[in-house]
Design a protein around this ligand. Structure first.
Ligand SMILES: Cc1cc2nc3c(=O)[nH]c(=O)nc-3n(C[C@H](O)[C@H](O)[C@H](O)COP(=O)(O)OP(=O)(O)OC[C@H]3O[C@@H](n4cnc5c(N)ncnc54)[C@H](O)[C@@H]3O)c2cc1C
Length: 373
């Protein structure tokens, strides 16, 4: 690491709870990456009176900007609850609703999720699960199909998952970015690791100083020299945005792929899932796969408006990465939100912010100490 340059404004040494900014370039936190992880962590820190400065690479496609933002409490062939869903749902509801009011935009849509059942075996499995009292609040019967039969081929049957939602996380992050840009706290630039200086009493980055730095770079963190020892995965997803003028769909439909109301008459269709890929761009094969699935599903014409791709920040043990660098006590990470950033980010951003500000212990299941450094 380069050494601290003497011409950089001296780092401040005051209590992080009572700090008043005395130098324009000082902040409590530098946050690198402004996807849903960085944007919400910054929000939680700001809510607690901390000042944050953001650096976000303009030339990379954030997973957040491509995601549908589905929150699905019941997943998989065995219809099991998503990990920690009882804690995640109230946190998501609270933060997203609060931000809707503050930002004056409607991005948090509580919607039923209709899932196609393809045969008797699936229906039996679901019925067995739905008898479990712990699951009662997550199923709604009989399912309300709305306009689904008008636009899709007949299916064996459906189940309706309650407490699902679609969070337009791309729209949320864009609104937070605008607010931070206007405050002069957002820098659309790739973070230069060579310019980072870490000392016992502060962080230096070019003309900026901070008490601490948190890296939230999604999949790109695997190239971060401080955290590249962590077992990052990376899963590519391609999606289509289509126009379905007659659909008037209110629900999220899962029929091998997801069909999700997006904006006005646009619908999000996705997605592919690849652990091995050679390009982060949309591909012909990905587009063909999605069009093939749509051909099986829709009985009404549609128009393709866009074809997008991004990389999900997946992790081998499917648990987020929260915590502090083993030797640099002011350098932290918030990552590994995988396929579930919309539901995971509010709860774990709050958890990490509490830890960074008040020293509350990190949950060992998400603490990067689990990798033994
Ligand atoms: C096709 C697809 C569909 C998905 N659907 C859903 C869904 O329905 N529901 C759900 O919950 N999740 C979904 N996800 C997953 C979700 O998108 C992720 O969990 C979440 O967006 C990850 O957020 P993040 O902030 O960690 O990463 P990102 O959103 O990737 O953001 C990382 C940011 O860091 C910036 N950055 C990286 N390196 C640097 C650097 N050196 N300097 C400065 N900035 C840097 C990038 O530019 C980017 O803005 C989907 C993902 C994909 C790809």
């Amino acid at each position: 690491m380069p050494t601290w340059k003497s011409w950089i404004i001296k780092p401040h040494k005051f209590n992080i709870y009572t700090q008043k900014k005395t130098l324009i370039n000082n902040s409590n936190f530098i946050i690198v990456g402004h996807g849903i992880a960085g944007a919400l962590l910054g929000y939680c820190l700001e809510q607690a009176g901390q000042s944050c400065r953001y650096f976000d690479a303009p030339d990379q496609v954030a997973a957040t900007s491509v995601a549908a933002g589905i929150i699905n409490p019941i997943t998989g062939r065995r219809f099991v609850k998503s990990w920690r869903i009882e804690a995640l749902l109230p946190a998501a509801q609270q933060i997203y609703r609060q931000l809707e009011v503050e930002l004056g935009i409607h991005f948090y849509h509580e919607r039923p999720l209709l899932r196609t059942l393809f045969n008797r075996g699936e229906e039996n499995d679901w019925q067995a699960r739905s008898l479990d009292m712990d699951y009662a609040s997550y199923f709604h019967a009989p399912p309300d199909l709305g306009s689904i039969p008008l636009i899709t081929a007949p299916a064996f049957s459906y189940l309706e998952v309650a407490q699902a939602a679609q969070v337009h996380i791309g729209q949320l992050v864009a609104a937070l970015r605008l607010r931070r840009e206007q405050a002069g706290l957002y820098h659309a630039e790739t973070f230069d690791f060579a310019a980072l200086e870490t000392r016992a009493d502060g962080i230096g980055y070019r003309q900026f100083t901070a008490d601490q730095i948190v890296f939230c770079e999604g999949w790109h963190s695997r190239a971060n020299p401080y955290f590249n020892y962590l077992p990052f995965g990376g899963n590519k997803g391609e999606v289509l945005l289509i126009r379905l003028p007659e659909a008037k769909l209110e629900q999220i439909l899962k029929h091998r792929l997801f069909l999700v109301p997006y904006t006005e008459d646009l619908y999000w269709v996705g997605s592919t899932s690849e652990n091995q890929f050679t390009t982060a761009e949309p591909t012909t094969a990905g587009g063909e796969y999605l069009r093939g699935r749509l051909a099986e599903l829709l009985t009404t014409p549609y128009e393709i408006i866009d074809h997008r791709a991004a990389i999900r920040p997946t992790v081998r043990d499917r648990r987020p990465f929260l915590g502090t660098h083993p030797t640099h006590s002011r350098v932290h990470i918030f990552n590994g939100l995988g396929t579930k950033g919309a539901s995971l980010a509010p709860y774990w951003a709050t958890h990490l912010a509490d830890h960074l500000i008040a020293g509350t212990p990190l949950d060992p299941e998400v603490d990067i100490k689990r990798f033994g450094h």
